[in-house]
Ligand binder design. Sequence first.
Ligand code: UGA
Length: 450
Amino acid sequence: MSASASSEMTIAVIGLGHVGLPTALGLAELGWNVIGADDDREKTALIGRGEMPFYEPGLEELLRKHLAAGSFRVVPDVGTATALGNVIFVCVGTPQREDGSPDLSQVEAVARTIAHHLNGFKLIVEKSTTPIRTAEQIKRTVERYRNENHAVEIAVNPEFLREGTALQDFLQPDRIVIGVESARGRDLLLRIFQPLVDRATSPLPRPRIIVTSPNTAEVIKHAANAFLATKISFINMIADLCEASKADVLEVAEGMGLDPRIGPAFLRAGVGFGGYCLPKDLRALIRIGEEHGTDVTLLRAVAEINDQRIERLLAKLRRAVWVLSGKTIAVLGLAFKPMTDDVRGAPSLKIIPRLLAEGAILHLHDPRALASARAALADRPQVVYSDSIYDAVHGAHAAVILTEWEDYRTLDLPRVRDLMAVPVLIDGRNLWDPGVVRAMGFEYVSVGRP
Ligand code: UGA
């Protein structure tokens, strides 16, 4: 029976991380019958009990809802998920190797497992961010190792979810890109995503669906993330210029962003982009470009400007505090961005070891990411993890803000000033008005502002 002709379609989602789990639950919310699988047994046990392996707003409620309704369930392994699913979304990790290239061993392993468990036609949808032409490799691998001659098709459906707003991004996307080889794959994916178009109500625009080849869809994903990274590095370079010329980067960004050809988004200067995606995908694209003989000077500059953010922030801190050895520094914000507990690729993880190497004593605070930071940094005698912002700043010779959590924006600043040994604020995210904070008695240094 063809899956497209079936009234009952089961969607399998392989890999239940920051991409897979929101995708699985989003699809369940659209009315599909979804099963999930992941090699990490601890994670699947947790998810099966209705508990989240990471923090993502709104997801835990949805997980409980769909487990209870039976529209989402976890199966013990990828083979079972393959056997049960008509359409298989591959959402496994593609971690970065030493040389910047992505490690595709999880993708390859999933392709082989799928091959061994084919029991009818399957549409395999690559959702993990992978190098260009990975879809071709997945198809080749499945065809090479399949036990029976069942037909498979491969499609690419890049994800544009942001951590912290993943669910909203899934349910209200601006676009859906489907890269397919044939009408059969296209029609299946159009059917799966049609509810997203139907449920869009004014004033939200209907998402645009773009149908391309698999290779084009792979390039779209990389190009989108690299462009976002470019915007951030561009405004950070302009911030450097603003610092040198006593101009204000917030006003420059506003003045640029009002041009609809430029747009205001992703022009927030600061300590640079972090996370699991932008830095890793940028390096991967540089490698892909090099391998294909493309001049990637522009992308290298984007990465370099981002790396310089850490040095510039440290220089500002040293200028304010002078000798860091023996000084207590409060680090506010460990997650790579607000509304997540994810510290992967976070500026905090680059800055903290540098401060420790210079002999500083650190008070670390984050509203959500304390546990993941602790796991990444391990316990050290010079580091105190603090649940309370006010405890963290107590006795500090400077506070460094690395994540734009709302909790920091709304701090009781006079209280902070009175608790600190020396009221120095190094604001890596431009949270406050310099005039107001200085009038309160702080020495205040931010990014790209006089
Ligand atoms: C990013 C993309 O925005 C998503 O579209 C994409 O789906 C995802 O990667 C992915 O490939 O999986 P995400 O990593 O969740 O999403 O985070 P972003 O919101 O893009 O922020 C990345 C970093 O840039 C953060 O450290 C943030 O603080 C920084 N940033 C962002 C700035 O420094 N300035 C800005 O103006 C915007």
